[in-house]
Write a protein that binds this ligand. Structure first.
Ligand SMILES: Nc1ncnc2c1ncn2[C@@H]1O[C@H](COP(=O)(O)OP(=O)(O)O)[C@@H](O)[C@H]1O
Ligand SMILES: [Mg+2]
Length: 501
């Protein structure tokens, strides 16, 4: 399953019309898709209903014909109230016209009252949630999700049907291939996925791994361009992570947790983990390894963008992030150094925004039912607000320590293997000894240094290359004794050790 939403958007609005809701506020960036969906719903009524669309430039149109060439929203509402037929009215960019505009608000409330006993419905489409307080009780809000599986499949069909080689493309669409397309489409707007599918299939007679790679790359680019999230390529394998025995055992117990069988069994989905500890110990690496462990896509939140204002207010940005993550589910949402962003509600420069984002994040973590696993990391735990650590938010808080003897050996071996150096020739005991107090990043730095030294002298890596390179490194921890002790004291009763301990 590529999507956690059970009910399609069309079913949601259908229920509202049937329940005789007069004013529906559709929060979305996809006005064209939403208009199509409303029209499809109207066409499914017996007899079919007409859909009138108002915009401030053309007035009211129906099937692209101008019906009322009067751009005033007041006149449009009067007209709609006056017609006898049961119909839908779509109002575009409505947030602009209801702000500090009491007559329009009053008029909408009047229309709501007059139409409350029928299927006549006004759909207000807006990319921003700006419902005036005095209207809140009259309006039903729908936060339009990104397209679900059905819509993605429909879009794919549509793209293929326009291709010259549509028959052979249809044949190439085995269940597995289709599943990859659905996964690639998940988390994108309908327009974005249409373009991505078309770009990938245009002129093609069949689908090979080249087309599929291109599709994934196209999705990566689209996600990146939208600015808030990055789809991180799966370059880190679970085996690239040394140590973390405690966390690995925690994961092993949940190996099949995202499977259908687990769902049918009634197991609840994990919400996420928070990894805390000094830098360079592999926290970020660990989140990548978790995504690989479950073979889930990894979406990294760009905290800088969330707050820099270029993509809207932090709250709006956070809503978008959630929408994309939920539409891409099952997935891992990676929030790196959470204390520097979301969790730091005290940042005065951001006004109240940061604390509102934190509040929204906590509520979402508490209530979310979609299979979005949050992998968060924090270096400076003293900056974390206590509410983030409370039960019900993360499944587990892990404390990441400097690696122990056995773990350091593992890490050395991993980095030797990455550089194709045969490890059986080395005596690890002295290497483990001189790396006491090293973090993973420093061990890696030592191994890289040794390999480089051997390379420049055009020979194989020797024990002494390793010893010398590692010995020359002064680990960060020597100057951080106090901070590490503080962290340990803090974590003692609050968190579980991520390592073997
Ligand atoms: N436990 C580990 N196993 C393997 N490599 C590690 C480990 N810890 C750190 N490293 C290496 O150090 C690099 C930096 O670690 P990183 O994950 O960024 O640490 P953190 O997020 O805790 O600051 C990693 O990309 C990896 O190459
Ligand atoms: Mg990190």
């Amino acid at each position: 399953m590529a999507n956690g939403n059970s009910k399609s958007f069309r079913d949601v609005i259908k229920d509202m019309v049937v329940a005789k809701t007069s004013l529906v506020y559709l929060l979305t960036d996809e006005d064209r898709r939403v208009e199509r969906e409303v029209k499809a719903l109207a066409a499914a009524f017996r007899p079919p209903l007409r859909v009138y669309v108002w915009s401030c430039t053309t007035g009211i149109t129906c099937d692209d014909e101008i019906v009322v060439a009067e751009p005033s929203i007041m006149k449009a509402l009067d007209w709609f109230m006056g017609i006898q037929e049961t119909a839908f009215l779509i109002l575009n960019d409505v947030h602009v016209f209801v702000q500090e505009n009491p007559p329009v608000v009053r008029k909408l409330k009047d229309v709501a009252r007059r139409t409350e006993n029928g299927y006549k419905t006004i759909f207000m489409i807006s990319p921003f949630l700006e419902i005036p307080a005095e209207m809140e009780t009259d309006v039903v809000l729908v936060d339009v999700p990104l397209p679900g599986i059905d819509e993605i499949e429909r879009t794919l069909q549509q793209v293929i049907s326009k291709e010259k080689h549509r028959d052979s493309l249809m044949q190439a669409m085995t269940d597995d291939v289709k599943d990859l397309f659905i996964k690639a489409g998940a988390g994108l707007t309908s327009q974005q996925m249409f373009q991505a599918f078309r770009k990938c299939l245009s002129g093609k007679a069949t689908i090979t791994s080249r087309e599929l790679d291109a599709l994934v790359e196209e999705k990566r680019q689209i996600v990146k361009k939208s600015g808030l999230l990055e789809l991180v390529p799966p370059t880190v394998a679970f085996d690239d992570l040394g140590g973390f025995g405690g966390l690995k055992r925690w994961l092993e117990l949940r190996k099949d947790i995202f499977s259908k069988r687990a769902r049918e069994y009634g197991l609840s989905l994990p919400k996420g983990v928070l990894l805390m500890g000094i830098s360079g110990c592999g926290k970020s690496l660990c989140i990548k390894a978790i995504a690989d462990f479950w073979k889930l896509p990894l979406l990294r939140l760009d905290m800088g963008r969330l707050y820099d204002g270029t993509k809207g207010t932090p709250e709006q940005c956070f809503e978008k992030v959630i929408k994309t993550a939920e539409a891409s589910a099952p997935c891992v949402l990676w929030i790196d150094e959470i204390e520097a962003g979301i969790a730091n509600a005290g940042q005065k420069s951001m006004g109240g925004s940061a604390s509102r984002v934190l509040a929204n994040f906590l509520t979402w973590m508490q209530e979310k039912t979609s299979p979005v696993f949050v992998g968060a990391t924090a270096n400076q735990i003293e900056l974390l607000p206590p509410e983030i650590l409370r039960k019900g938010r993360f499944d587990e808080l892990f404390y990441v320590e400097l690696p122990m003897d056995q773990e350091r050996e593992e890490i050395i071996r991993i980095h030797l293997a990455h550089r194709n150096v045969e490890a059986s020739q080395f005596d690890f005991a002295p290497l483990v000894k001189i790396t006491q107090g090293f973090n993973g990043a420093e061990i890696e730095q030592g191994v890289t240094g040794a390999v480089f030294r051997a390379f420049t002298q055009n020979r194989k890596v020797t024990q002494s290359d390793l010893y010398i390179a590692l010995e020359s490194i002064v680990p960060l921890s020597t100057t951080m004794q106090e901070q590490i002790k503080r962290l340990e004291r803090w974590a003692h009763n609050r968190a579980v050790k991520a390592g073997t301990g």
